[in-house]
Ligand binder design. Structure first.
Ligand SMILES: *Cc1c(COP(=O)(O)O)cnc(C)c1O
Length: 346
């Protein structure tokens, strides 16, 4: 049994999802003639109470398009130091939009309204870049699946309004936050100017993200997507997987969260585990005494796969294809490490 806890992106479509894909009605989406893409976009726009949604091949492209829509070259955006848009999108912020990032040292990838306010460059101080956008992430990736307190999201919105800043949410794992905090998509639609959501993470579709916003904000979105190379043709086959996922795979995220907490509980009891970060959703981040590369390869030889995140942090991510059987086996295996000499020595 191979257990892959590297990421919630390693999932494969379920038979039912594949069936939805194979039977999808399609057309040329560059002409906006793909009925399945149109249905997915309409459904997601409605969920969030926004005018429009646009299907993208990846979350990075959706975020990068949003940043382009909100900014002009030379401007600056504000984000947490762990932000995906800054760390994991290949430097696209500067490459695509000519924009710099003011990074904030937040908590588990989350920033506060007062930190945002303190990071805005004075508009009349022409030596500094002009601040034009705030990007939040919910849940946070590098922050370990942490969920924002919704009140703070509202407080930051107020700062954005007061200073005329755009407000973008990188919601690659927003679904996890909605389930964990019992929130709904409309609440988020009411706060943010643009939101990107992933279909290919926890929801288990093979590909796809969606950018959501009101008409005025989105009027150039399709052009920007075209420039970035994201105009696709009979892509309803892929959108069908996303539609299926939206309808069938959101509520089950609670199961991933429960499994993550159970893994965390077992880790807490292991003598060589130093610290387990709080577990809000499906990501478990922990540190160990000893060499983490050795631990990763020791576990790899037992067919348990996961990543280190640098700075001594290790990460497990639960997902749709991490089954109950795998979970039971994995918890037993972890528990057995209490007395495993080979692991204890590291
Ligand atoms: C995965 C992820 C993305 C987008 O990733 P793609 O691989 O480009 O689809 C964006 N933001 C966060 C926080 C993510 O975790």
């Amino acid at each position: 049994m191979i257990i892959d806890l590297r990421s919630d992106t390693v999932t494969k479509p379920t038979p039912e999802m594949l069936n939805a894909m194979m039977t999808a009605k399609v057309g040329d989406d560059v002409y906006k003639e793909d009925p399945t893409v149109n249905a997915l976009e309409e459904k997601i726009a409605t969920m969030f109470g926004k005018d429009q949604a646009l299907f993208f091949p990846s979350g990075s492209m959706a975020n990068q398009a949003a940043i382009k829509l909100h900014t002009q070259p030379g401007e600056q955006l504000i984000a947490d130091q762990y932000a995906h848009v800054y760390n994991y999108e290949g430097g696209g912020v500067s490459f695509n939009s000519g924009v710099s990032c003011k990074l904030i040292e937040g908590k588990r990838g989350m920033i506060t309204a007062s930190q945002v306010e303190a990071s805005i460059n004075p508009p009349d101080f022409y030596h500094s870049p002009s601040t034009s956008l705030v990007c939040l992430e919910n849940t946070t990736n590098k922050g370990g699946g942490a969920c924002y307190d919704f009140e703070e999201i509202k407080n930051i919105k107020k700062v954005c309004n007061d200073h005329n800043l755009g407000y973008h949410l990188d919601g690659a794992r927003l679904w996890n936050a909605l389930v964990a905090k019992k929130e709904n998509a409309k609440q988020y639609g009411a706060q943010f100017d643009t939101i990107s959501v992933c279909l290919s993470k926890g929801l288990g579709a093979p590909i796809g993200s969606v950018l959501i916003g009101d008409e005025e904000m989105m009027k150039n979105a399709i052009r920007v997507r075209k420039i970035l190379g994201g105009g696709m043709r009979q892509v309803g086959y892929l959108a069908a997987a996303g539609l299926y996922a939206i309808e069938n795979h959101i509520d089950r995220l609670a199961d991933d969260h429960k499994k993550a907490r159970e893994i965390g509980n077992v880790l807490e009891a292991l003598p060589f585990v130093k610290q387990v970060a709080p577990i809000d959703t499906n990501i478990v981040i922990f540190t160990i005494d000893g060499d983490e590369e050795e631990f990763i390869s020791e576990m790899g030889s037992k067919d348990i796969h996961f990543y280190g995140m640098g700075q001594g942090k290790l990460r497990f991510v639960t997902h749709l294809n991490y089954t109950r059987d795998m979970h039971e086996y994995f918890l037993e295996l972890l528990t057995s490490l209490k007395t495993n000499k080979a692991v204890q020595k590291i």
